[in-house]
Ligand binder design. Structure first.
Ligand code: DAH
Length: 357
């Protein structure tokens, strides 16, 4: 048996000395491979007597198992050392700039807002702003929503927790509260648009919990529906950059206007795509009306002296129509590919003289 002991010591020493996986595999082949030293021993069993074979065979098998175990352990140790070495050498500095940097671009919503501001600024409108977090008075009550009226629920309002005084703040459901803030703080004549974020608990291909609106408000003496109609038709023709836009006003209800209307634009829906300025379909694009006397009164303006019109429209929706984006939710997904495709150059700020888009 001494030959087995010597062989084992010899092979185990070679296993221990193997410096890498290639060297270790060479040791394995030399011992356990088809023509290896231990496999060679097994071949000698055939020439032995049964008793001798039994004893010797068991001893060789044990030797083989021990060598195999030593090989496995050494292999695992070498692999883990190799991984450690790789991890130590392959450091990655995440603060370094990436080799490819996407060129920044202007988000379509901001582009469309800038286009709208450019058009209305030329018509003499100033830009007004208000807070995203509003109270019940500015978002509903002053706008003539009756207390407990279902319209308050219809807006799918995001409410904050109730305060100690029983009131609760909310995320504004429309930009109309900016009308109220403007009328309370300024004397007529007033001509403003109020672009901004609005919030409703709603999500599908044409609704997102956060979206953008532009509100418009004109207050002066002798204002009538004719002014409203001209302003909105002129805006739409400029916005879609065509004279061919046909509009229709449909009677509607808003608590804050009387009479109220929705404005539709003529469009073609054949071929799965919406084309403005042609076709036989109508597409609703905004709400509008004459400011309700109750709203004027709530803001300290005498309705017998001043009248006004107001309108409100979805910015993202108009952007989808003008630039052919099929799903509103993509607008807020922050996908770099979508942004490079639909984004605008920061050097091409819209102005009505040199072109909008
Ligand atoms: N606030 C309305 C909404 O979000 C839109 C609107 C309609 C605004 C008519 C107006 C208006 O100023 O006159 O649905």
């Amino acid at each position: 048996m001494t030959d087995l002991t010597t062989l084992e010591a010899d092979v185990l020493a070679q296993v221990a000395a193997a410096g890498d996986l290639t060297a270790l595999d060479a040791v394995r082949v030399a011992a356990l491979g088809k023509t290896g030293s231990i496999s060679g021993l097994l071949k000698t069993l055939g020439a032995m007597s049964p008793d001798e074979r039994k004893e010797r065979g068991a001893a060789i098998n044990l030797l083989r198992d021990r060598v195999q175990t030593a090989l496995n352990e050494k292999k695992a140790a070498l692999e883990s050392a190799a991984l450690d070495a790789r991890l130590a050498s392959e450091t990655l500095d995440l603060t370094l700039p990436a080799p490819y940097r996407r060129k920044g671009s202007v988000h379509p919503t901001m582009q469309v807002m800038d286009e709208m501001i450019a058009i209305f600024a030329e018509m003499g409108f100033a830009v007004a702003e208000g807070p995203d977090i509003e109270d019940d008075f500015h978002n509903f009550t002053a706008l003539n929503f009756p207390p407990k009226h279902p319209a308050r629920e219809m807006h799918d309002t995001f409410f904050f927790n109730q305060k100690e005084d029983g009131g609760r703040m909310l995320l504004r459901t429309h930009t109309s509260p900016v009308q109220v803030r403007t009328m309370v703080s300024q004397k007529p004549p007033i001509r403003i648009i109020a672009p901004g974020r609005t919030y409703r608990c709603d999500s599908d291909a044409t609704h997102t919990p956060m979206f953008h609106q532009v509100e418009g408000l004109v207050i002066d003496k002798g204002i009538h529906m004719g002014h409203l109609k001209w302003t909105l038709e002129t805006f739409i023709a400029r916005f879609f950059e065509t004279d061919a836009v046909t509009t229709q006003f449909r009677p509607h209800h808003f608590p804050f206007t009387e009479p109220s209307a929705e404005m539709d634009v003529q469009c073609d829906r054949s071929g799965g795509e919406i084309k403005i300025g042609q076709g036989t379909s109508w597409l609703e694009i905004l709400g509008c009306g004459m400011v309700h006397p109750n709203v004027l009164r709530a803001c300290g303006i005498d309705p017998d002296e001043y009248q006004g019109f107001a309108f409100g429209m979805g910015v993202d929706r108009l952007g989808m129509l003008k630039y052919g984006m099929p799903d509103l939710r993509d607008m807020f997904a922050s996908d770099g590919r979508w942004l490079s495709h639909y984004g605008f150059s920061a050097f091409a700020a819209p102005n009505p003289a040199s072109g909008l888009s």
